[in-house]
Design a protein. Structure first.
Length: 391
């Protein structure tokens, strides 16, 4: 198993805190030190998250090590920088703002929690006016519809797929996905679009690249592929637990001028099923302690676990041959095939395609290849021009 060593040089959290302590400022220095000392929100490490399953660059091996409890051997800081943390927080504020607007409009459906400390009841409702158990209202401001606490739309497929997560909301029969759009997001998800609206100009200090932000925003005519994969996975998970949804409404807001546009996309099970299959394959590998391969033959993510003492029995030269032979994308020998395929034989799927006799099919569908999510070049759920609705 080839693992690329993580390059040294990244500052530790302690070093960053000490550097921030040297900054003689009234506001930014103290705030940066506060953010560095703040305890990170608890995020379960023993499950699969929808946000990672939808990524093009998912490293199966890194996910495997994280879920089984391996501790990274790299000393690289995992806390975001001062600027990046504020970018994240701005995105969170945009989510909360739109959820508050939709609550006031009487449209936001999902899980709600009573704010009363003597009740704390969690219930499913659409923009509720009061707690159904204790009838608590207690509005903080007269213009507010409710002060119930919104807990979004949670998904629990841990037993079947090792997945847990939550969507931003539910509007009618659609899952709601709110996305705050910065130039950085477009640079990652649509680099060609950014290049089209980037122009080099001459200044007295030399050449400078400027971005036509208005043109860039107009050029966003459909949801980005990674967002579609994540949202369609949410719809599939919702259907698995009996939530009545048949599509997604994406709400995009530009960070630089607060312009907003929405896209309505019908559910396509063909987008979600490969990710569900990927989850089942990872779950199988984790249960069997059979580490998959890195799809890139070694990367920064799995390199963080270099030297871990987990699974020494599967070190280089000792791993079972079938664990190394996984299909494209580094998938281990498919679950259910271990007893059916003799050692050294090709799998039935590789030779003859999917086996319709398997019974662990999500949503009643035939097994699809778990080689990975849809590639960045694939056209996922493409909308006709003009399908976006500006707000």
């Amino acid at each position: 198993m080839k693992i690329t060593r993580t390059k040294p040089g990244t500052k530790s959290d302690l070093r960053r805190f000490l550097d921030a302590s040297k900054v003689e400022t009234v506001v930014t220095g103290p705030v940066e030190r506060y953010l560095l000392s703040r305890k990170e929100k608890d995020r379960r490490e023993d499950i699969l998250h929808p946000s990672e399953l939808c990524k093009n660059d998912l490293c199966d091996l890194a996910v495997y090590y994280r879920v089984i409890g391996a501790k990274p051997t790299s000393t690289e800081s995992t806390k975001p920088s001062f600027q990046l943390q504020r970018i994240f927080d701005q995105g969170t504020e945009i989510h909360l703002k739109w959820q508050a607007y939709l609550t006031g409009a009487g449209l936001l459906e999902g899980n709600w929690q009573c704010p009363s400390t003597s009740c704390s009841n969690v219930f499913w409702a659409t923009s509720p006016m009061e707690c159904p158990r204790c009838k608590h209202v207690g509005l903080a401001q007269p213009e507010q519809r409710t002060n119930m606490i919104y807990r979004e739309v949670g998904f629990d497929a841990e037993k079947s797929h090792l997945i847990r997560g939550h969507a931003d909301g539910k509007i009618g029969g659609r899952i709601l996905e709110i996305k705050s759009m910065g130039v950085g997001t477009i640079r990652v998800e649509a680099p060609a679009l950014l290049a089209t609206h980037s122009h080099e100009i001459e200044t007295e200090w030399g050449k400078k690249t400027i971005i036509d932000l208005d043109g860039l925003w107009k050029g966003v005519k459909r949801p980005f592929n990674v967002h579609q994969r994540q949202a369609h996975l949410y719809v599939a998970l919702a259907k698995m637990q009996g939530i009545d949804v048949d599509g997604v409404v994406f709400l995009y807001e530009a960070k630089w001028n607060q312009s907003a546009k929405e896209f309505v996309v019908p559910y396509n099970p063909g987008i979600a099923e490969p990710m569900l299959e990927k989850a089942l394959d990872l779950k199988h590998a984790i249960e069997k302690r059979r580490p998959p391969s890195c799809p890139r033959g070694g990367c920064k993510e799995c390199g963080r676990y270099e030297g871990t003492d987990h699974n020494k029995e599967h070190s280089d030269g000792e791993r079972p041959k079938d664990a190394q032979r996984g299909g494209r994308g580094g998938r281990v020998l498919s679950r259910g095939d271990e007893e059916a395929v003799p050692a050294g034989a090709e799998s039935a799927e590789a030779a003859d395609g999917p086996d319709p006799s398997r019974t662990r099919q999500p949503l009643g569908a035939r097994r699809r290849s778990a080689d990975g999510a849809v590639r960045a070049t694939d056209r996922v759920g493409r909308l006709p021009l003009g399908a976006a609705r500006g707000l």
